[in-house]
Write a protein that binds this ligand. Structure first.
Ligand code: NAD
Length: 501
């Protein structure tokens, strides 16, 4: 039996839990179904997987109240106990990693070769923050001659987590694990286009011993359920991953209740290849960072800036490789690019073919949509682009790379920084001084030199400009999910200014 067939057979078993049912919300440890429902379809063949409860403001209210009621006990539980529960969640994710990967592939169109890693990374996120739960509240003392200042940190309260459709399982764990480790309770609103693995995740967490109400999940549309979550007075902070324009809307919606917000938003990340770079490694990394995960990745290297001396050779090498990328069924282990998430997104990505033509770029590899019912598309390579073109400025969020030529370092920096976004940057050079100088000038939250995106969880993750507000990872996640307090205790009878004497 082929590996594809074996994957399909196992998937069929896992899909039985969803078929013919309405995927419910999970509020205070109970399944809840709304009056309205929406369909979840597979990008692979446009088939309906199941109906999904479409959450209303009333569902969000119930979830927020459950999170509020569960908060004191979870907050006051020792870090050691929380650590134990969160490690149990990680163990249970590992035990169901195959199921998570298969279901996520089917629900999002992402190739299985990447999804099996994403499921395990979800477990790693839980383990990482579990190990830090005990120290999350630690503060410091800052003495003066007159006062002993003691800083403490406490969880902020119930928080809202709103996630996008790209790698939804991994991203949900990345936001929810630190919130729980900090002692916050959670209401999660998963993306409407990929709701399945959020259900598996909360089921796993409750099965691993998470008390009811600590984590609640409400499905639904952003404009209704998402909006209600960001406006709810019981919700103290909103961690959001998604589009920059949605971040703006959330900021407006949360302003009335003075929500603390944390945004991981879009990107138009440059990979800058200097003449002296290791040509083959830079080529491998540039291709990997834009064509893996269907290019539906916030840190994708969607612009490649190539120095004039190697431009023609590098673009020719890109063309040859891009034509050979394997588009196919996401459950086939050989597949490198699966179908895009949704017909609307497919239409957006392909619309740039006309935009590029009108702007005068060269379409070196033309990625058209396929004939099948699924939302397949071949990869695209635009060459000879200039920084003013829309393909060089806008986040396309598909398997689409825009190549541009630069002369010297200053020009490269100007092009790299000319976009609204500032999430990630990739620099390829063997000159260490230039690498440091260029990285210093690059307006981005994360820069990799002579490397693709390799994450080390204690390091800060996040972007500048329209790419976000705040950082995740290490202690940065706890800074967002916790309130810092200073207690100043007088050490003696220092002079107090007397008034009214
Ligand atoms: P999106 O902004 O359309 O939706 C994200 C989530 O927000 C969904 O759950 C949606 O229902 C919800 N939402 C929509 N409108 C809302 C509103 N008014 N109030 C509250 N919630 C609302 O984003 P998407 O299309 O699902 O995801 C793709 C985007 O996410 C891309 O721009 C990508 O770059 C970005 N992204 C960023 C990172 C990062 O770490 N910086 C990571 C992954 C994805």
């Amino acid at each position: 039996m082929s590996e594809l067939q074996s994957n399909l057979d196992r998937l069929a078993g896992h899909l039985k839990q969803f078929e013919g049912k309405v995927l419910p919300h999970r509020i205070n440890g109970e399944d809840v179904i709304s009056k309205k429902t929406m369909e979840s379809r597979s990008p692979v063949d446009d088939s309906v997987i199941c109906d999904v409860a479409e959450g209303s403001a009333a569902d969000i209210d119930a979830a927020a109240k459950a999170a509020h009621a569960a908060f004191p006990a979870w907050r006051d539980m020792s870090g050691k106990q929380r650590k134990k529960v969160l490690h149990a969640v990680a163990d249970a994710i590992v035990a169901r990693a195959d199921e998570i990967a298969l279901v996520e592939s089917w629900d999002t169109g992402q190739a299985i070769r990447f999804m099996s890693k994403a499921a395990l990374r979800g477990a790693a996120n839980f383990r990482y923050f579990a190990d830090r739960a005990e120290a999350a509240r630690d503060g410091q003392t800052l003495p003066t001659p007159d006062h002993m200042n003691i800083t403490t940190r406490a969880p902020i309260g119930p928080v809202g987590v709103i996630t996008p459709w790209n790698t939804p399982f991994m991203l949900s764990t990345w936001k929810i694990a630190p919130a729980l480790a900090a002692g916050c309770t959670v209401v999660h609103k998963p993306a409407e286009w990929s709701p399945l693995t959020a259900r598996l995740l909360i089921e796993i967490a409750e099965g691993a011993g998470l008390p009811k109400g600590v984590w609640n999940m409400v499905n639904g549309m952003g404009e209704e359920a998402g909006k209600a979550l960001t406006e709810h007075p019981r919700i103290k902070a909103v961690a959001f991953v998604g589009e920059s324009s949605t971040g703006s809307a959330i900021m407006r919606q949360g302003s009335e209740t003075l929500k603390r917000v944390h945004f991981e938003l879009g990107g138009k990340n440059p990979v800058v290849v200097f003449d002296d770079a290791n040509f083959d490694r830079a080529l491998d990394a540039a291709i990997f960072m834009i064509y893996s995960l269907n290019g539906e990745r916030c840190t994708s290297s969607s612009r490649v800036l190539i120095q004039a001396g190697i431009y023609d050779r590098f673009v020719a090498a890109l063309e040859a490789r891009v034509q050979k990328l394997k588009v196919g069924h996401p459950l086939d282990p050989a597949t490198e690019i699966g179908p895009l998430i949704h017909p609307r997104h497919l239409a957006k990505v392909t619309s740039y073919l006309d935009v590029a033509k009108d702007d005068g770029a060269r379409i070196a590899v033309r990625g058209e949509a396929g004939e099948s019912a699924g939302y397949f598309i071949n990869p695209t390579l635009y060459a000879d682009a200039t920084q003013d073109m829309r393909i060089a400025q806008e986040e396309i969020f598909g398997p689409v790379l825009t190549a541009m030529k630069f002369g010297d370092e200053n020009e490269a920096l100007e092009i790299a920084n000319s976009v609204a976004y500032g999430l990630a940057g990739y620099v390829w050079t063997n000159d260490v001084t230039r690498a440091l100088r260029f990285s210093e000038g690059l307006d981005a939250g994360m820069i990799w030199v002579n490397s693709e995106n390799v994450r080390h969880l204690p390091t800060p993750f996040g972007g500048t400009k329209a790419s976000g507000i705040g950082r995740d990872g290490g202690d940065w996640s706890f800074d967002f999910y916790m309130e810092t307090k200073n207690i100043a205790i007088a050490l003696g009878e220092h002079k107090i200014t007397k008034l009214g004497v």
